[in-house]
Design a protein around this ligand. Structure first.
Ligand code: SF4
Ligand code: MG
Length: 321
C-alpha cells in the first residue's frame, strides 16, 4: 500500500475583523498544524466536536479554501503550489460529499443536470454519453435511471445523499472527502448510506476521508481514525487500537460517551469540565489542558508534539514521552 495523500503541517487561520473600518483584530486558528497520511484504498475517519476544524481540514486539502500554510501531496504531487486551473483539472480525482444533501443540490436543476454538470466540465461533450453515464451512476447508487428527470425536492433525504454521491463519483475520482455525509439523515437511513459508501469504495477502489462528529458513525466504516480537538490532531491510529487502547485523554473521554452494545456492562463515563474553548483564543501549551483530568504543569507551557508512541499510533500528549 502506498500513500495517496500526505498532509504536512496544514494550517488554516481565518482573520477576525472588527471596528469601523474592519481592521484585523485577531485570528481563528481553525486548523493548526495538522499532519497525516492517507493510504490508497483506505478509509480514514476524522472525528471531533463541531468547530474542531475537521471540515476546514477537508476543504483546505481540496483547496476549496486556501490553506494558510503547509503542504498537501496528492499522488506524490505537491498540490499546494498548483495554479487554480491546474487545481481544477485535478479536482476530477478529488471530490467532496457534503453533509447537507438539501443545500448542496441546486433545487432548480433536474437530477440529470446535477450529475451531468461535472461530466461536462471535465470534457464529456456528447449529451447522449452524459445521459447514459447519468443512468449508470444512478443505478450504482441504488436509484433508477428513471429518476433523472426529477428535481431534488421529489426525493427523500437519503435519496438526495445518493444523488450527491452519484455526482461526486461522476468522473471516477480516486479520493473522496466525505464531510459528515450522514449527519443530517435519520438514524434508520444512516446505515444504508454507510453500507452503500463502503460498497462503492470496494467496487471503484476509492479512498475516503470520512469526517464525523460521532465516534459511533466512523467506527464501522473506518480503517484508521484521527481525533481532532481545537484545530489539532491529537490522536491517530488503527480503528481497533483507538477503541481498545485510546491514549489521549480527550479520546478516552469521547469513547467513554459512546453507547456500548451491552448497556449492562460497567463503564466509567469521563465527564469533561467546561466547554470547548474558543479557537480564537485557544489555551497555551496543550489546547486540551483546561479540561484534561491529567493536566500537569508542563501542559500549560509546552505544546505536545504529535508523535508515534507505538507502531502506527500517533498521540499529542505529554503523558507519553
Ligand atoms: Fe492532558 Fe497534558 Fe496530555 Fe494535554 S498534554 S492531554 S493536558 S496530559
Ligand atoms: Mg463541519
Amino acid at each position: 500500500q502506498k500513500p495517496i495523500l500526505e498532509v504536512d503541517g496544514l494550517k488554516k487561520y481565518f482573520d477576525i475583523k472588527g471596528g469601523p473600518i474592519g481592521r484585523k483584530v485577531g485570528e481563528v486558528k481553525a486548523v493548526d498544524d495538522v499532519s497525516f497520511t492517507v493510504m490508497e484504498g483506505e478509509i480514514l475517519g476524522i472525528v471531533g466536536e463541531s468547530g474542531c476544524g475537521k471540515s476546514t481540514t477537508g476543504k483546505s486539502i481540496l483547496r476549496l479554501i486556501e490553506p494558510t500554510e503547509g503542504k498537501v501531496k496528492f499522488q506524490d504531487q505537491d498540490i499546494t503550489s498548483l495554479t487554480n486551473s491546474e487545481m481544477r483539472r485535478l479536482r476530477k480525482d478529488m471530490q467532496i460529499i457534503f453533509q447537507d444533501p438539501y443545500a448542496s443540490l441546486n433545487p432548480r436543476h433536474t437530477v440529470e443536470k446535477i450529475i451531468s454538470e461535472p461530466l461536462l466540465v471535465h470534457g464529456m461533450t456528447s449529451a447522449k454519453q452524459r445521459l447514459d453515464r447519468v443512468g449508470e451512476l444512478l443505478e450504482v447508487v441504488g436509484l433508477s435511471p428513471y429518476h433523472a428527470k426529477r428535481y431534488p425536492h421529489q426525493f427523500s433525504g437519503g435519496q438526495r445523499q445518493r444523488i450527491g454521491i452519484a455526482r461526486a463519483l461522476a468522473n471516477n475520482p480516486k479520493l473522496v472527502i466525505c464531510d459528515e455525509p450522514v449527519s443530517a439523515l435519520d438514524v434508520s437511513i444512516q446505515s444504508q448510506i454507510l453500507n452503500l459508501m463502503e460498497k462503492l469504495r470496494d467496487e471503484f477502489n476509492l479512498t475516503y476521508i470520512f469526517i464525523a462528529h460521532d465516534l459511533s458513525v466512523v467506527k464501522h466504516i473506518s480503517d484508521r481514525i484521527g481525533v481532532m480537538y481545537l484545530g489539532r490532531m491529537v490522536e491517530l491510529t488503527e480503528k481497533n487500537k483507538l477503541y481498545d487502547n485510546p491514549k489521549h485523554p480527550y479520546t478516552q473521554a469521547l469513547l467513554s460517551a459512546v453507547p456500548l452494545p451491552d448497556p449492562d456492562l460497567p463503564r466509567n463515563r469521563i465527564i469533561l469540565k467546561g466547554d470547548v474553548p474558543s479557537p480564537a483564543n485557544p489555551p497555551s501549551g496543550c489546547a486540551f489542558h483546561t479540561r484534561c483530568p491529567h493536566a500537569m504543569d508542563i501542559c500549560k507551557e509546552v505544546r505536545p508534539a504529535f508523535q508515534p508512541v507505538e507502531d502506527n499510533h500517533f498521540v499529542a500528549c505529554h503523558l507519553y514521552k
